[in-house]
Each structure stands twice: as C-alpha cells, then as structure tokens.
Design a protein around this ligand. Structure first.
Ligand code: PMP
Length: 456
C-alpha cells in the first residue's frame, strides 16, 4: 500500500521544488507509485492500463521479474566502475546488442539518454565527414540538450539559443496526412485503406514530391556536396506518430550519401520490436543506416541509451579523448541484456504485431464512425489517432475537447499519450506485453469518451 506524502503534499512539493517546466500531465494528475507489467497503480490503489509506457520507455512491462532479477543480482555484485576498468557485462551486452543489428553496425557507445545519444551521433557525423551541415525533418523530436534541441524541429521545445539553426536544416516533413501531399495508402502499415490518396496509376506522387523537397534543401540550403548527415526517426514519435511515404527514407539515405553525409536512424521509440514486423524501425524502409541511436525501451525504464556505428566511422573518436562516466554501467548493462532476453523469450515483437494490428483495426472502425477521428496510423504498438474538427478540414480538434476526451479515458482507467505539433494526436505506445483484452478495453474506453464529448 501507499505510504508516501499525501496527494496534496506531493502536488505542493512538485510546485515548489521541481523545475517549473515539468509538464503537469492531466488537469487532475495521477500520483503513480507502483507498476506491474502493463498496469500502474496510484496512491489510492486505483489501477490503470498504461497505454503509453512512461513515454514509450517501458518496453517489456513495469517491474518485469526477469529484469528485476538481473538488476538485483548485479546490485549485489558490482554497481559501478567506469569504463577505465574492464568489466564483463559491457562486453557481453555489446555482443548481444550488435548481434541484433545488420551489416557493419558493430561498435557501441553506451550513454544514458536519447539526447546524449543524438548529441554523440552529431559529433560522429561532423568528425567523420568533416562537414558541418545536418538535415532533420520538421516535426521531429531528437532531444532536449543544447545540440539535440537544434535537431528537434518543433518550436514548443525550442529556447532562443544558438543551438537552434547551428548548422541544422529542418527539411519539409513528409507527412502524408496533414502535409501537402499524400494519403493513407502511401504509408507502410499492416492496416491499409485506399481512400484519401492522391496517387495515380500505382505511382506515389507524395513520395516523389517530398523527395523533391529534400532535393531542394540540398540544392538551395546546404553547401554543395557538403552534408554531414541526416537524422530521422523511422516513425516520428513525439511529433504524433507520423509515417513517411513508403520509399521516402530509402531515397533520402541515397541522397545523403550522394552529398557526402551519413544517415542516422533515431530508433529511440521505434526500436526493439515495437513496430511489430521488424526489430528495428529502419528495416521497414529497407535501409541500413550508418549510425543508430537508441534509448527509452532499450532499458525498460532504466537510464540506458546507445549509439551504434561501424568500426570505420568509430575511428574518428580516437582523435581526442572521449569519456562517459556512467555509459555502460554494469547495472544498466545487466538490465539491457535482460530486456533483450525478455523480448525474445516472450515473443514481444510478434505480440506487438498481432495486438497492434488488432488495435489499429479497431481504431479504424472508430475513425469510420466518428467525424472527429481524422486519422489512425502506425505500425505494431506505435499508434497515433489524430483528432480533428472535421475530416474535410483536418484542422486540429480544439484543445479543450481533446483534453476532455483524454482526461476522461484516464478517469475510466486507460492512460494514453498525446503528441503532434498541435497536441491533437493520441499516442498509443504501451509496454509490448499488452493483450487483446487490453486493446478491447482501450477501444471501449476511447469510444465511451468520444461519445461523452459529442453529447456535451
Ligand atoms: N529521440 C526520440 C525519437 C525521442 O522520442 C526522445 C525522447 N522523447 C529522444 C530522442 C530524447 O531522449 P531522452 O529524453 O532520453 O534524452
């Protein structure tokens, strides 16, 4: 049972002591103190289905017994050495992690957060290519430290600092729903419909048009042939689960290489089986990137992140010293290894595909029934539901109504995420162990909330 400070006291302490930018999630926030697999419990013992996994971070389930056991064993053996000494876990883990990656992606740098990973990736790109300019896509989220904030292309996360625009170009986002071109058919999803697509005779105009925009970025904005690289989420997460037209990323990586750059897949949200059909999100695009960054689900909630690249590219980090006190900490490596085991042993990638596709289909039914459900998209357990004023306008549902629906889902026991540049997209990215019953509960609760809102 709960024996922490009262809800009122916790609220007061939060307001007084925690950074004022900490976002109060929900008008009536939840005080969570316990977790078990896909469920969370608040101070009163109320049970919630966690359909957002602590921002996509809890990949195999809260307090998973196998992960807990691995952590406990390591706790009683050795907490910490920096990488100045050898310790076995980091090598064993690096071997296991790289065995999951294709091609020459064999050298790992362990760090502690996604922002750090993308910061290090930026360094690798610039050192290896000796170029400075980096391309990311508008609407992307790549982190919040001084360099990754500049990679991020949503003004909500931008402070007025030189990190913004510091050699980073934000290219037009290849968004087939609210972007200039496209339709549902462009996206690589197990749930496909033919409606709302501008493409003719099997040719994807959206793909061509967005790639032309990227070409224009190289032609007009970057120094000719002098690109350090491009960083792309395989499906945009915080930006509201945006999927690109099918061959966009494939053509983007070719263009980056032609311009002297390296390609980074940010797999912070899309990695480790979440997208169902593949272990890594970049596989859905049929590419092998030069650098992969990973965080969140890699540690199931433990501070662990990584950058993986090729032996050749990694050589540039020998030009000077490079060091990270906690990167590859034994506790983190023990957790990371157990997470890899659990994903395999419990077939969580397959579960993401099956339950995710089932949920996507249910959500598509809601889309067909309710005018405000403008778009349903995603792959596996990386799902977005965009709420709009009307299907024809596609303009974001007004914030008050969106928040009402979201909050009402919480009050009925289902926690959903939210995202998108206008904050009007539900993000469904739960621990990968959820069941079809959990999917049904989510569908029922969401439908009830939509109905309540429409009746008001
Ligand atoms: N990349 C992506 C795709 C992310 O979603 C995030 C976090 N939301 C980050 C990078 C940054 O990770 P962190 O918060 O661990 O620094």
């Amino acid at each position: 049972s709960y024996n922490g400070p009262s809800f009122e006291k916790a609220t007061k302490l939060r307001q007084q002591l925690i950074t004022p930018s900490a976002i109060p999630y929900y008008r009536n926030p939840v005080l969570i103190h316990k977790g078990e697999k896909q469920y969370l419990y608040d101070h009163k013992g109320t049970k919630y289905l966690d359909m957002f996994g602590g921002i996509v971070t809890v990949s195999v389930g809260h307090c998973h017994p196998k992960v807990n056991q691995a952590l406990e064993e390591q706790l009683n053996t050795l907490w910490h050495t920096t990488s100045i000494y050898m310790h076995p876990k980091i090598y064993e883990y690096a071997e296991r992690l790289t065995s999951k990656l294709p091609g020459d992606l064999k050298v790992v740098y362990f760090v502690n957060s996604g922002s750090e990973a993308n910061d290090l990736a930026t360094l690798l790109l610039r050192l290896y290519t000796k170029n400075f300019d980096i391309v990311t896509l508008k609407n992307a989220y790549h982190g919040g430290n001084m360099s990754s904030m500049g990679l991020t292309a949503q003004s909500t996360w931008h402070y007025n600092l030189p990190s913004i625009g510091n050699g980073v170009h934000h290219a037009m986002n290849a968004d087939p729903y609210v972007g200039l071109w496209g339709g549902r058919n462009c996206r690589d999803s197990p749930v496909q419909t033919n409606r709302n697509c501008d493409c003719t005779q099997g040719k994807c105009l959206a793909e061509d048009n967005y790639i032309n925009q990227l070409e224009a970025e190289f032609k007009y904005s970057l120094p000719k042939g002098k690109c350090a690289g491009m960083i792309v989420e395989s499906i945009q997460g915080g930006g509201g689960i945006v999927q690109f037209p099918r061959n966009y990323v494939k053509r983007a990586i070719e263009m980056v290489h032609e311009n002297g750059g390296l390609f980074v897949s940010d797999e912070v949200q899309t990695g480790f089986g979440r997208t169902g059909e593949h272990y890594w999100g970049f596989e859905m695009h049929g590419i092998v990137p030069d650098v992969v960054t990973m965080a969140k689900g890699i540690g199931n909630g433990f501070p662990l992140a990584a950058v993986v690249t090729t032996p050749e590219i990694s050589q540039v980090l020998t030009e000077a010293l490079h060091f990270n006190t906690f990167g590859g900490n034994p506790l983190a490596c023990a957790v990371g290894m157990a997470v890899l085991d659990v994903i395999d042993e419990e077939n969580l990638q397959q579960n993401s595909l099956e339950v995710g596709t089932y949920l996507l289909k249910g959500l598509e039914n809601l889309r067909d029934k309710y005018e405000v459900v403008g778009d349903v998209r995603g792959k596996g357990l990386m799902i977005g539901v965009e709420l709009v004023e009307s299907k024809s306008s596609k303009s974001p549902l007004n914030t008050a109504s969106f928040i009402d629906i979201w909050e009402s889902c919480k009050d009925m026991g289902v926690l959903l995420g939210k995202g998108g540049i206008s904050g009007n997209v539900f993000r469904i990215q739960p621990p990968m162990c959820i069941t079809k019953e959990d999917a049904d509960l989510t569908l029922n609760v969401l439908e009830a909330s939509l109905k309540n809102q429409l009746n008001n």
